[in-house]
Design a binder for this molecule. Structure first.
Ligand code: ZN
Length: 271
């Protein structure tokens, strides 16, 4: 996705979705139960074998304690090539039980194309970014339909706590008018929304890592998080660089980065 030329990305923007979606997308191959970080494989089917390979790969890359604590299900699905690449969804209002999802055509572990694996790494790290920022420790469930500014930023899962990663991120990078402007666009019907989002991205290109990041503060966060994990540290000269460097202030996230980069390196050496 990140390797596509810019004009193509703009054309494909409405189709490229990897966000925390509520509604089930694509055709399900199967869903597996995850218990304390282990996948339940009892059917011995071709699908089971496939799921095992994906799950082991994700366990090698992503912090295992999060997977054990929150992830209770894994879904393989496809909506065809591109469009939706993956998802991370809470299964109930508690924000304690999550389902990770991968499109098995966009994330093909049997492919010999190295960019396929790079894209999959980006996708699973992006999805993990949603779990990191929207789990019950970070977000307070609420009945509120509209944001009460006193309580902070309202996500689909509830209010991002003020000292949460996302709460701090939004307070720093989505100040006042920017969030209001985005919010007005977000409330439009889907076709008009995409058109206005492209305009929003054009106006604020210096602030967003890519055009997908304007989808929402949550997507912006997950993209910056992915760049933080996958790229070398740079001096922050622009706002978009500052968004990537935002994560360096948290020693636990820096430790995850070091660990994840080591795992990615050893996986690449296995090839
Ligand atoms: Zn996302």
């Amino acid at each position: 996705m990140k390797n596509l030329p810019q004009f193509l990305i703009l054309l494909l923007l409405p189709l490229l979705q990897v966000h925390a979606q509520k509604k089930e997308i694509g055709k399900t191959l199967a869903v597996w139960e995850i218990n304390n970080g282990s996948i339940k494989l009892d059917k011995g089917t071709v699908e089971d074998n496939k799921a095992k390979v994906y799950w082991e790969y994700m366990k090698k890359v992503l912090p295992n304690e999060f997977l054990a604590q929150y992830v209770v299900a894994f879904r393989l699905y496809t909506d065809g090539k591109e469009e939706d690449l993956g998802g991370m969804n809470p299964l109930d209002e508690s924000n304690k039980n999550w389902q990770i999802e991968l499109d098995y055509i966009d994330n093909d572990l049997t492919s010999n194309d190295p960019s396929m694996l790079e894209d999959m790494d980006h996708t699973i790290i992006h999805e993990f970014g949603h779990l990191l920022s929207l789990n019950i420790q970070q977000v307070e469930p609420t009945e509120d339909k509209y944001q009460d500014d006193e309580r902070g930023y309202l996500t689909t899962e509830g209010y991002a706590k003020k000292d949460s990663y996302l709460g701090l991120y939004v307070a720093e990078f989505w100040k006042g008018d920017l969030l209001l402007e985005w919010d007005e666009i977000a409330m439009k019907g889907s076709r008009r929304r995409q058109k206005f989002l492209l305009g929003f991205y054009d106006n604020y290109q210096d602030q967003f890592i890519n055009d997908y990041a304007v989808e929402s503060p949550e997507e912006d966060f997950a993209e910056s998080w992915s760049y933080f994990i996958l790229n070398e540290k740079n001096e922050a000269t622009s706002i978009k660089d500052k968004k990537i460097n935002f994560f360096y202030q948290f020693p636990d996230l820096v430790a995850y980065r070091t660990e994840m980069r080591q795992h990615l390196k050893s996986l690449n050496m296995d090839d």
